[in-house]
Design a protein around this ligand. Structure first.
Ligand code: GDP
Length: 529
């Protein structure tokens, strides 16, 4: 039993979020260096080069140089077992990021020091706030000309509505970047550009060390002393409880590319974060340190390895221990199953795992039975974790196959891609599956659909844009006669795959119209996958 406790206590599971190009991949790569997971920096992702990347599985990602899917990496560092959940940076895939955040206990937010908080970060960040998970900020690219650190902090506070507490403080930026002042040790760590290797021996100075003066450029010492005084006097006090509740974000300044500030960040990060958190279920709170295994599916990914043409369901283990070939109960399928070929992603390789613990992510072979949000648990204690709500799609297309002989593949393909959560599919009432209405959160997902249907299912499709912008689930579905609803002429009645009724609207005006003309009709913006 104590072994189980030990293993769970060692675990840290976090997601890295950022605006594209802020340096998420570079930071991940450097963090992996410390775990000895990979030896050569640059081998995680050769974005925009011909090199293969761990996190870029799909061809479309390579073509566009964006990360479409998120990957999971595990490494060990100083007795800890660290799981990093990578997330796609592009906003069209924010739903995938959102689901990944549901599997994390903490988020690291990477911000480009020359840009500050960017649009994409705002949306993702709000998701973290919603979950009240700790958010640790890494302000990157200090070796480039950056905004003033005060402005950067203010930006985070104003735009994101969270207090900040700098853990270190930069001295200059760009060509004048001389290092950081560590507030807890009260020492200056000199900047050394160190491309690729683990951090070299640090050069440190106390504030009263005369050698510090010769290290700094003209005027920097005075500014530093003023900054230190100001921070100690006026800044938000460090409060670990506020950090754990996601109300205060500890801020680190560094430069991932030159591997400056990455190891101190990692060490401090481990102190600031907690082992796996308890989760809510329909049978109360599920504690991680339980004898009984449980997990939920947060991501399904097809075709990670072209040679296998397989589909992997990623599960976050929430309690207990997983053992290979263990028999579990799949709640949504209402049957006992064996989780076969459990895998973990260790840097570049997929490995079969024999055991895994609460906090870990495993990928299991999915013969098409899992959907996002599904719970698997011990057959002796059955419950469901709270579902993962879907984002309301904002773009809609009518999709049909070019070659009607390929009806079967078309249905299989669209259904499977929908099960993975990449798209949502709907039908007009009483219509067949010859054509479907596809709803997506970001328009790039249409490209992914087209590409994948063609590439994986050998089906060419015709897509026709639809003018709808808003979708609403009929909340009191069982009480309403959908066909008899009095609706504006531009409102469409549709059904999702589970038979739930929904309405599509082109404007807010039509939504109001529907509500006014149908007393008792209740509409909601979110559905459950
Ligand atoms: P992502 O899109 O957030 O994953 O960003 P990447 O890690 O791919 O980085 C985007 C670009 O910024 C790449 O060209 C990196 O080499 C560069 N970069 C990342 N970190 C730093 C840094 O600390 N300093 C500088 N100068 N460039 C960086």
């Amino acid at each position: 039993m104590s072994d189980l406790f030990n293993e769970i206590d060692k675990r840290r599971t976090f997601a890295i979020i950022s605006h594209p190009d802020a340096g998420k991949t570079t930071l991940t790569e450097k963090l992996l260096l410390y775990g000895g997971a990979i030896n050569l920096a640059g081998s995680v992702k050769g974005k925009r080069t011909a090199k293969h990347a761990v996190s870029d599985w799909m061809e479309i990602e390579k073509q566009r140089g964006i990360s479409v899917t998120s990957s999971v990496l595990q490494f060990k560092y100083k007795g800890y077992c660290i799981n990093i959940l990578d997330t796609p940076g592009h906003q069209d895939f924010s739903e995938d990021t959102y689901r990944t955040l549901m599997a994390a206990d903490c988020a690291v937010m990477v911000i480009d020091g020359s840009k500050g908080v960017e649009n994409q970060t705002i949306k993702l960040f709000k998701v973290c706030v919603m979950r009240h998970i700790p958010i640790i900020t890494f302000i990157n690219k200090m070796d480039r000309d950056s905004k003033s650190p005060y402005d950067l902090l203010e930006d985070i506070e104003n735009v994101l509505g969270i207090n900040t507490c700098p853990i270190n403080w930069p001295i200059g930026s760009g060509k004048e970047f001389k290092g950081v002042y560590e507030r807890n040790t009260k020492k200056v760590i000199a900047f050394t550009a160190n491309n690729g290797q683990k951090e070299v021996e640090k050069e440190e100075f106390t504030l009263d060390d005369p050698e510090l003066d010769s290290h700094l450029a003209y005027g920097q010492k005075e500014t530093l002393l003023e900054d230190v005084e100001l921070l100690d006097g006026a800044g938000d006090e460090f409060d670990i409880d506020a950090v754990r509740k996601g109300e205060l974000t500890p801020v680190f300044f560094g430069s991932a590319l030159t591997n400056f500030g990455v190891e101190p960040f990692l060490e401090e990060f481990l102190n600031l974060t907690t082992p796996p958190l308890a989760r809510e279920s329909d049978d109360g709170i599920i504690e991680p340190k339980s004898d009984e295994f449980s997990a939920f599916v947060f991501k399904i990914q097809a075709n990670m390895n072209k040679n296998h043409r397989d589909r992997i369901a990623f599960m976050r283990i929430c309690s207990g221990k997983f053992e290979k070939n263990m028999e579990v109960f799949h709640m949504q399928g209402n049957k006992k199953i064996k989780l076969s070929q459990p895998q973990q992603i260790m840097a570049q390789e997929r490995e079969i795992v024999d055991e895994a613990y609460a906090g870990d992510i495993i990928g299991v072979f999915d013969p098409g039975i899992f959907s996002i949000g599904d719970t698997v648990c011990s057959p002796s204690h059955k419950f469901k974790f709270k579902g993962i709500p879907t984002f309301a799609p904002e773009h809609f297309c009518l999709v049909r196959q070019k070659d009607t002989m390929k009806r079967k593949q078309f249905i299989k393909g669209t259904n499977q891609i929908a099960q993975e959560g990449a798209i949502q599919i709907f039908q007009e009432l009483d219509a067949g599956m010859e054509e479907v209405i596809v709803g997506v959160v970001g328009v790039l997902q249409f490209d992914v659909l087209k590409y994948r249907l063609n590439n994986e299912y050998n089906v060419e499709i015709i897509m026709e844009n639809l003018p709808y912008q808003f979708i609403r689930w009929i909340k009191n579905d069982s009480e309403v006669d959908v066909k008899a609803l009095d609706l504006a002429s531009d409102t469409k009645r549709i059904q999702d795959l589970k038979g739930n009724h929904l309405l599509l609207f082109t404007s807010y005006w039509s939504i109001d119209w529907a509500l006014e003309h149908n007393k008792g009709l209740e509409l909601q913006e979110f559905g459950n996958v």
